[in-house]
Design a protein around this ligand. Structure first.
Ligand SMILES: N[C@@H](CCC(=O)N[C@@H](CS)C(=O)NCC(=O)O)C(=O)O
Length: 217
């Protein structure tokens, strides 16, 4: 049984949940209280105070890409989410790196997503100037990510892979903000997000669904 430590709404946490559902890996959400991820008990699990962190049968792990690899390699159903082909696998890793370094970055889409998606849910003030300032960088990284799905149904080619999970968890949230929806509209990311949302793992891991799961934990 995989225990996933996260606050509902965390896109990295959502990526782990999606992978667990896709691989039919038994899992449960262990919700973190606000601020708990900066407390010593959690820092012993994740020394940088970020989420998610998991444990599985005594094996503790943090860093989302590593967790996705672990789940994919450990739980066999229905098949691998990592391409065998070297070029497709490199493409998958490239997209995941773009998400980590250029999308989920303070000089990327983070200020927009934080202020439009996270802050209202936590009752925090919204920094409109930060939202406006983040739009050019968000447009740029969204444009780059669109390039990966312009000529193929998924990020690394024909097959659904960890890259779709990693990028989908972030872009699906961006698409819920008015500015993000406007930036994504009419791009190849729109039908790609529709394809992802047709998979049960995406609607099952929205903010509302994970909040319900956390409340029941
Ligand atoms: N490199 C980390 C990044 C995780 C991360 O930044 N998670 C965000 C939430 S999606 C977080 O913990 N934010 C809380 C904070 O920065 O205090 C990973 O891949 O797991």
């Amino acid at each position: 049984m995989i225990t996933i430590h996260m606050i509902p709404g965390s896109p990295f946490g959502r990526a782990v949940l999606i992978a667990a559902l896709e691989k039919q890996a038994p899992h449960r959400v262990q919700p973190l209280a606000p601020g708990e991820h900066k407390q010593p008990a959690y820092l012993a699990r994740q020394p940088f105070g970020r989420m998610p962190a998991i444990e599985d049968d005594g094996f503790a792990l943090y860093e989302t890409q590593a967790i996705l690899d672990y789940i994919d390699a450990t739980y066999g159903t229905p098949g691998s989410l990592t391409p065998r082909d070297a070029k497709a696998k490199a493409r998958m890793r490239q997209v995941m790196g773009v998400i980590d370094w250029y999308f989920f970055a303070r000089d990327g889409a983070i200020p927009l997503v934080f202020n439009r998606y996270v802050a209202p849910r936590l009752g925090l003030p919204v920094d409109e100037a930060a939202v406006a300032a983040a739009i050019p960088a968000t447009r740029h990284v969204v444009g780059v990510l669109e390039g990966f799905v312009k000529n193929s149904p998924h990020m690394a080619g024909d097959a659904f892979t960890l890259a779709d999970i990693h990028a989908g968890a972030q872009l699906d949230i961006l698409a819920e903000t008015p500015e993000g929806a406007e930036i994504i509209a009419g791009t190849a990311l729109e039908p790609w997000l529709k394809r992802l949302n047709a998979r049960p793992s995406f609607p099952a891991t929205t903010y509302d669904r994970v909040t319900e799961l956390a409340a029941a934990a």
